[in-house]
Design a protein around this ligand. Structure first.
Ligand code: PMP
Length: 294
């Protein structure tokens, strides 16, 4: 996989090997990351992804060694290095090297690495999902307000549960039994023309794509509701879709064994997203085709 990596002031084209057995991040998972994308030169909401990386680091008690602005500059440089045609995953990470004891990661040893690598957009084909018995932890059970690596094994357990039962994606609820999100993207459903997504209660990520789609749908005159969602409501949904940085907007075409169409609101959300993205300045412009001299 082609990629570029920035670590300790240098660019690499091979993954730098940076962790050892004494690193707290490796031992006990003191890691945060963010995930942005570059799509043919555009990097939608890159500034917000960089700002969230800093916020996540603070939630974890880290001392980030670079600012959000510097992360953004580095991401933009990496995107230029990979070229205007590239479609990339852009992943800044902060991690802690040393512990003052197992339960006391040393904030002064916060380190940073940025990875950018080829990651084609998923097909617009539809995925199947199931409600799983796995829940997002409450705010006093885990650092739920951070995009922390330690939150992901629970999502992986939920996904494995769904995959064993023939679906591709897991739906997770919150501790109150309301619908929270998919294991790694936000959840939406449509009923009678209204686009509904669980209201933020800090137990799941208030996705940057989610926030962008809320705004775009509302501006296009489609009613949007952010509220508590009961599991029964998904059983009766007209459409279900996900939003997240990786796949942007993706249709769910089977939920708990019931087939669903790729409906008009889902398609509209995707079209609005990409139209908005293309209205933004590109980080890197495509090279004009070279016209051979006559
Ligand atoms: N929830 C989880 C658990 C995620 O990992 C992601 C992907 N970052 C999302 C939601 C969607 O967030 P965003 O739109 O900011 O990528």
């Amino acid at each position: 996989m082609a990629g570029v990596f920035w670590y300790d002031g240098q660019w690499f084209t091979e993954e730098p090997k940076i962790l050892g057995p004494m690193d707290h991040a490796f031992w006990l998972g003191s890691v945060i990351f963010d995930g942005a994308r570059a799509i043919e030169g555009w990097a939608p909401d890159l500034d917000r992804h960089c700002a969230r990386a800093i916020r996540s680091a603070h939630v974890m008690g880290m001392k980030p060694s670079v600012t959000a602005e510097r992360i953004q500059e580095l991401c933009e440089e990496g995107i230029r290095r990979m070229g205007a045609g590239a479609t990339l995953y852009v992943r800044p990470m902060f991690f802690i090297r040393r512990g003052l004891g197992a339960a006391r990661p040393d904030p002064d040893s916060t380190d940073f690495i940025l990875s950018l690598y080829d990651a084609p957009m998923p097909e617009w084909a539809g995925f199947s999902a199931m409600l799983t018995p796995f829940r997002r932890p409450a705010t006093d059970m885990a650092p739920t307000d951070a995009k922390a690596a330690c939150l992901y094994p629970n999502g992986s357990r939920a996904t494995a549960w769904a995959v064993e039962r023939g679906a591709n994606m897991a739906v997770m609820s919150d501790v109150a039994g309301n619908i929270a999100e998919f294991a790694s993207s936000n959840l939406w459903f449509v009923k009678d023309g209204v686009a509904i997504t669980p209201a933020v209660n800090h137990t799941f990520l208030n996705g940057i794509t989610r926030q962008r789609v809320i705004r775009l749908l509302a501006e296009a005159g489609i009613p949007v509701e952010e509220r508590a969602v009961r599991p029964e409501e998904l059983e009766a949904a007209d459409e279900i879709f996900s939003t997240g940085n990786y796949g942007k907007v993706q249709p769910c075409t089977r939920y708990n064994g019931r087939d669903l169409p790729i409906g008009p609101v889902t398609t509209k959300a995707r079209d609005l997203y990409f139209a908005w993205m293309r209205s933004q300045p590109r980080v890197v412009e495509p090279q004009p085709a070279k016209i051979p001299a006559a």
